[in-house]
Design a protein. Structure first.
Length: 279
């Protein structure tokens, strides 16, 4: 595909002064979001935000999220917009780029979500370690450099999801016969560490007893954390099966990494991917 010709006025000085608008502009001069600006350069209707011919739709989707993230992100996006022109490639390249987005979302928003769940007070130490173990395995997923690499990543994510499913099934089987003494011991250790009141384990005249209402609440918290963590891992699995799905959750990704330039760095990596690596 022939790369479209950019207008002569598109100079470094023009890009430095370019101010993009959040959301979608009217399409009038000076009232453009990122992809609207590119459309105007190429002679397309600038009222639409859809990536024009010659611009990869995956890269365009990330650019749209960058545009709506913050003023700082829009300023950085303006400098890379010309490189979007001519970025469209084959379906295989689109798939590889989607895979790269999915990995970033997993290592960003999914891992952040698991860390937040594991930090909830009052969790049994075994549950906390289990959730952090899933997080470590997902965070260790490597970048994709070719189709074979993506297949390996998918296999790793599927294995993590299978382990999470097995753990969830084990929890269901063991609920009726939970060892209350062991659970209370874990809960008390967690309570001491987190500064939580020790209502579950009280000494009175040399005797110890359990506040069953407190224990029921603790078990409910533990079960809720297990469900939420399992759902997060299941979402990572969904991204692996259909990486384009991750494009819908790019906003969560930016919120997790809390970095205005995270999107721009992702765009740079996507643009660096070539047809050769997608074969």
């Amino acid at each position: 595909m022939k790369t479209p010709t950019l207008p002569a006025y598109l100079t470094p000085a023009y890009l430095a002064a370019l101010v993009l608008v959040e959301g979608g502009g009217s399409g009038a001069p000076g009232d453009h979001a990122g992809t609207q600006e590119v459309r105007a350069w190429l002679g397309h209707d600038p009222r639409s935000r859809w990536p024009p011919a010659g611009v990869c739709t995956v890269v365009g989707a990330v650019a749209a999220r960058a545009n709506d993230h913050s003023e700082e992100a829009r300023s950085a996006l303006a400098q890379v917009l010309p490189r979007l022109v001519g970025s469209r490639g084959s379906a295989a390249l689109d798939q590889q780029r989607c895979g790269a987005v999915a990995i970033d979302v997993i290592r960003g928003s999914i891992c952040s979500r698991l860390a937040t769940i594991a930090a909830r007070p009052g969790l049994a130490e075994g549950r906390r370690a289990q959730i952090l173990g899933w997080r470590r395995r997902l965070a260790a997923i490597p970048d994709v450099v070719d189709r074979v690499g993506w297949e390996e990543v998918v296999d790793r994510i599927k294995a993590i999801a299978a382990d999470a499913d097995a753990d969830a099934d084990a929890d269901d089987d063991d609920d009726a016969e939970r060892d209350v003494v062991d659970y209370v011991t874990d809960a008390v250790i967690a309570a001491v560490r987190d500064g939580v009141a020790l209502d579950a384990y009280v000494a009175d005249d040399g005797d110890t007893y359990v506040d069953w209402d407190w224990l029921d609440a603790a078990i409910a918290r533990d079960a809720a954390a297990a469900r939420d963590a399992h759902d997060a891992v299941a979402m990572a699995h969904a991204y692996a099966v259909d990486p384009a799905y991750a494009l819908c959750y790019l906003e969560d990704y930016a919120d997790a990494v809390a970095d205005a330039h995270a999107y721009i760095e992702l765009i740079e990596r996507l643009l660096a991917m070539t047809e050769a690596s997608a074969r």
